[in-house]
Write a new protein. Sequence first.
Length: 241
Amino acid sequence: MTRVLILGGTAEGAELAGAISAKTGFEPIYSLAGVTRSPNLPGCAVLTGGFGGAKGLGDFLRTEKIDKVVDATHPYATRMAAHAAEACTEESIPRIKLLRPAWEPIPGDDWRVVGDTSEAAALLPDLTDRVFLATGQKDLAAFAPLTHICFLVRLVDAPSNDLPLANHQLVLGRGPFDLEAEMEMLRHHQIGALVSKNSGGGAYAKIKAARDLGLPVVIINRPPAPTGPVVESTDAVIAWL
Protein backbone atom coordinates (compact mmCIF):
# COMPACT_ATOMS: atom_id res chain seq x y z
CA MET A 1 0.00 0.00 0.00
CA THR A 2 1.48 3.36 -1.09
CA ARG A 3 0.77 6.08 1.46
CA VAL A 4 0.33 9.43 -0.25
CA LEU A 5 0.14 12.75 1.58
CA ILE A 6 -1.79 15.37 -0.41
CA LEU A 7 -1.26 18.94 0.73
CA GLY A 8 -4.60 20.36 -0.33
CA GLY A 9 -6.91 23.32 0.04
CA THR A 10 -7.76 23.59 -3.67
CA ALA A 11 -10.50 22.08 -5.82
CA GLU A 12 -7.81 20.16 -7.70
CA GLY A 13 -6.41 18.75 -4.47
CA ALA A 14 -9.79 17.44 -3.32
CA GLU A 15 -10.45 16.00 -6.79
CA LEU A 16 -7.07 14.29 -6.76
CA ALA A 17 -7.65 12.79 -3.30
CA GLY A 18 -10.94 11.31 -4.47
CA ALA A 19 -9.34 9.90 -7.62
CA ILE A 20 -6.48 8.31 -5.68
CA SER A 21 -8.93 6.82 -3.17
CA ALA A 22 -10.54 4.91 -6.03
CA LYS A 23 -7.20 3.37 -7.07
CA THR A 24 -6.17 0.00 -5.71
CA GLY A 25 -2.90 0.05 -3.79
CA PHE A 26 -2.99 3.67 -2.60
CA GLU A 27 -3.85 5.20 0.76
CA PRO A 28 -4.28 8.97 0.42
CA ILE A 29 -4.19 11.36 3.37
CA TYR A 30 -5.58 14.81 2.60
CA SER A 31 -4.20 17.75 4.58
CA LEU A 32 -5.80 21.17 5.03
CA ALA A 33 -4.52 24.29 6.77
CA GLY A 34 -7.93 24.71 8.40
CA VAL A 35 -8.51 28.32 7.31
CA THR A 36 -11.84 27.76 5.51
CA ARG A 37 -14.65 26.83 7.89
CA SER A 38 -16.59 24.50 5.58
CA PRO A 39 -14.04 23.14 3.09
CA ASN A 40 -14.70 20.73 0.25
CA LEU A 41 -13.57 17.38 1.66
CA PRO A 42 -12.76 14.18 -0.24
CA GLY A 43 -13.78 10.72 0.93
CA CYS A 44 -10.47 9.75 2.53
CA ALA A 45 -8.50 10.41 5.70
CA VAL A 46 -8.35 14.18 6.34
CA LEU A 47 -5.96 16.17 8.53
CA THR A 48 -6.78 19.75 9.55
CA GLY A 49 -4.22 22.22 10.84
CA GLY A 50 -0.56 22.88 10.19
CA PHE A 51 2.41 20.60 10.81
CA GLY A 52 4.64 23.09 12.59
CA GLY A 53 6.91 24.12 9.74
CA ALA A 54 9.25 22.00 7.66
CA LYS A 55 10.58 20.11 10.67
CA GLY A 56 7.09 19.21 11.87
CA LEU A 57 6.14 18.06 8.40
CA GLY A 58 9.31 15.98 8.17
CA ASP A 59 8.50 14.35 11.51
CA PHE A 60 5.01 13.52 10.25
CA LEU A 61 6.31 12.03 7.02
CA ARG A 62 8.71 9.82 8.91
CA THR A 63 6.32 8.78 11.70
CA GLU A 64 3.42 8.04 9.35
CA LYS A 65 5.67 6.26 6.85
CA ILE A 66 4.53 8.44 3.94
CA ASP A 67 5.83 7.14 0.60
CA LYS A 68 5.06 10.11 -1.67
CA VAL A 69 3.88 13.72 -1.31
CA VAL A 70 1.69 15.73 -3.66
CA ASP A 71 1.75 19.49 -3.11
CA ALA A 72 -1.69 20.57 -4.36
CA THR A 73 -1.77 23.82 -2.42
CA HIS A 74 -2.76 27.18 -3.93
CA PRO A 75 -0.29 28.66 -6.44
CA TYR A 76 0.40 31.49 -3.96
CA ALA A 77 0.91 29.25 -0.89
CA THR A 78 4.66 29.78 -1.04
CA ARG A 79 5.43 28.99 2.59
CA MET A 80 3.74 25.59 2.52
CA ALA A 81 5.37 24.75 -0.81
CA ALA A 82 8.80 25.64 0.62
CA HIS A 83 8.18 23.55 3.74
CA ALA A 84 7.11 20.59 1.61
CA ALA A 85 10.22 20.84 -0.56
CA GLU A 86 12.52 21.08 2.47
CA ALA A 87 10.88 18.25 4.40
CA CYS A 88 10.73 15.88 1.44
CA THR A 89 14.38 16.56 0.59
CA GLU A 90 15.41 15.92 4.20
CA GLU A 91 13.42 12.67 4.39
CA SER A 92 14.26 11.56 0.81
CA ILE A 93 10.57 11.29 -0.11
CA PRO A 94 9.46 11.88 -3.74
CA ARG A 95 7.35 15.03 -4.17
CA ILE A 96 5.41 16.53 -7.04
CA LYS A 97 3.63 19.90 -7.40
CA LEU A 98 0.13 20.01 -8.90
CA LEU A 99 -0.09 23.55 -10.27
CA ARG A 100 -3.21 24.59 -12.13
CA PRO A 101 -2.50 26.45 -15.40
CA ALA A 102 -2.30 30.23 -15.11
CA TRP A 103 -4.74 32.47 -16.93
CA GLU A 104 -3.45 34.11 -20.08
CA PRO A 105 -4.69 37.44 -21.48
CA ILE A 106 -6.69 37.37 -24.70
CA PRO A 107 -7.77 40.16 -27.07
CA GLY A 108 -10.10 42.51 -25.20
CA ASP A 109 -8.33 42.14 -21.86
CA ASP A 110 -6.86 45.24 -20.22
CA TRP A 111 -4.34 43.68 -17.85
CA ARG A 112 -1.83 45.58 -15.74
CA VAL A 113 0.61 42.87 -14.55
CA VAL A 114 2.47 43.52 -11.29
CA GLY A 115 4.79 41.55 -9.04
CA ASP A 116 3.04 41.96 -5.69
CA THR A 117 0.23 43.68 -3.78
CA SER A 118 2.30 46.81 -3.12
CA GLU A 119 2.76 47.34 -6.86
CA ALA A 120 -0.95 46.69 -7.38
CA ALA A 121 -1.89 49.30 -4.77
CA ALA A 122 0.41 51.87 -6.39
CA LEU A 123 -1.49 51.61 -9.69
CA LEU A 124 -5.01 52.08 -8.34
CA PRO A 125 -5.15 55.86 -7.70
CA ASP A 126 -4.74 56.49 -11.44
CA LEU A 127 -7.44 53.97 -12.39
CA THR A 128 -10.58 54.46 -10.29
CA ASP A 129 -12.00 55.10 -6.83
CA ARG A 130 -14.08 51.88 -6.73
CA VAL A 131 -12.16 48.59 -6.81
CA PHE A 132 -13.12 44.93 -6.54
CA LEU A 133 -10.29 43.53 -4.44
CA ALA A 134 -10.17 39.77 -5.12
CA THR A 135 -6.86 38.95 -3.45
CA GLY A 136 -8.02 37.13 -0.32
CA GLN A 137 -8.06 38.41 3.23
CA LYS A 138 -4.35 37.94 3.97
CA ASP A 139 -3.29 40.47 1.34
CA LEU A 140 -5.51 43.44 2.20
CA ALA A 141 -3.05 45.40 4.33
CA ALA A 142 -1.13 46.69 1.30
CA PHE A 143 -4.25 48.61 0.23
CA ALA A 144 -4.99 50.18 3.64
CA PRO A 145 -3.30 53.54 2.85
CA LEU A 146 -5.73 54.10 -0.06
CA THR A 147 -8.44 55.59 2.13
CA HIS A 148 -10.07 57.48 -0.74
CA ILE A 149 -10.84 54.26 -2.64
CA CYS A 150 -13.94 52.21 -1.88
CA PHE A 151 -13.02 48.53 -2.00
CA LEU A 152 -15.40 45.67 -2.61
CA VAL A 153 -14.05 42.59 -0.81
CA ARG A 154 -15.48 39.09 -1.25
CA LEU A 155 -14.61 36.36 1.24
CA VAL A 156 -15.78 32.77 1.72
CA ASP A 157 -16.25 33.20 5.49
CA ALA A 158 -17.02 36.25 7.60
CA PRO A 159 -13.74 37.57 9.04
CA SER A 160 -13.13 37.23 12.77
CA ASN A 161 -11.45 40.67 12.88
CA ASP A 162 -12.12 44.00 11.21
CA LEU A 163 -10.64 44.33 7.74
CA PRO A 164 -7.71 46.80 7.51
CA LEU A 165 -9.53 49.00 5.00
CA ALA A 166 -11.05 52.34 5.98
CA ASN A 167 -13.56 52.35 3.12
CA HIS A 168 -14.92 48.98 2.02
CA GLN A 169 -17.96 46.81 1.42
CA LEU A 170 -17.86 43.11 2.28
CA VAL A 171 -19.75 40.35 0.49
CA LEU A 172 -19.64 36.65 1.33
CA GLY A 173 -19.78 33.87 -1.24
CA ARG A 174 -18.24 30.60 -2.29
CA GLY A 175 -17.35 30.01 -5.94
CA PRO A 176 -17.40 29.07 -8.64
CA PHE A 177 -19.42 32.10 -9.74
CA ASP A 178 -21.08 32.41 -13.13
CA LEU A 179 -20.42 35.21 -15.58
CA GLU A 180 -23.80 36.94 -15.34
CA ALA A 181 -23.64 37.07 -11.54
CA GLU A 182 -20.14 38.53 -11.67
CA MET A 183 -21.16 41.18 -14.19
CA GLU A 184 -24.20 42.12 -12.12
CA MET A 185 -22.08 42.47 -8.99
CA LEU A 186 -19.56 44.71 -10.75
CA ARG A 187 -22.34 46.88 -12.18
CA HIS A 188 -24.26 47.08 -8.89
CA HIS A 189 -21.20 48.27 -6.96
CA GLN A 190 -20.08 50.55 -9.82
CA ILE A 191 -16.67 48.92 -9.88
CA GLY A 192 -14.04 50.62 -12.02
CA ALA A 193 -11.18 48.11 -11.73
CA LEU A 194 -10.42 44.62 -10.48
CA VAL A 195 -7.36 43.39 -8.56
CA SER A 196 -6.74 39.66 -8.70
CA LYS A 197 -4.02 37.08 -8.30
CA ASN A 198 -3.45 34.90 -11.34
CA SER A 199 -4.91 31.91 -9.51
CA GLY A 200 -5.98 29.99 -12.58
CA GLY A 201 -8.75 27.42 -12.34
CA GLY A 202 -12.45 28.02 -11.87
CA ALA A 203 -12.38 31.61 -10.58
CA TYR A 204 -12.09 32.96 -14.14
CA ALA A 205 -15.62 34.42 -14.43
CA LYS A 206 -14.61 37.67 -12.73
CA ILE A 207 -11.81 38.14 -15.27
CA LYS A 208 -14.19 37.61 -18.18
CA ALA A 209 -16.76 39.90 -16.58
CA ALA A 210 -14.17 42.67 -16.33
CA ARG A 211 -13.27 42.12 -20.00
CA ASP A 212 -16.89 42.28 -21.12
CA LEU A 213 -17.43 45.48 -19.13
CA GLY A 214 -14.20 47.07 -20.39
CA LEU A 215 -12.62 47.28 -16.93
CA PRO A 216 -8.87 47.22 -16.26
CA VAL A 217 -7.60 44.22 -14.29
CA VAL A 218 -4.51 44.48 -12.11
CA ILE A 219 -3.04 40.98 -12.16
CA ILE A 220 -0.59 39.96 -9.43
CA ASN A 221 1.90 37.54 -10.96
CA ARG A 222 2.49 34.10 -9.50
CA PRO A 223 5.52 33.40 -7.35
CA PRO A 224 8.01 30.91 -8.80
CA ALA A 225 7.03 27.26 -8.50
CA PRO A 226 9.14 25.18 -6.10
CA THR A 227 12.00 23.12 -7.45
CA GLY A 228 11.16 19.61 -8.55
CA PRO A 229 8.58 18.11 -10.89
CA VAL A 230 5.51 20.25 -11.65
CA VAL A 231 2.38 19.07 -13.50
CA GLU A 232 -0.91 20.72 -14.38
CA SER A 233 -3.48 17.91 -14.11
CA THR A 234 -4.65 15.21 -11.72
CA ASP A 235 -4.11 12.62 -14.46
CA ALA A 236 -0.44 13.58 -14.63
CA VAL A 237 -0.12 13.20 -10.85
CA ILE A 238 -1.71 9.74 -10.96
CA ALA A 239 0.65 8.73 -13.76
CA TRP A 240 3.59 9.92 -11.61
CA LEU A 241 2.32 7.95 -8.64
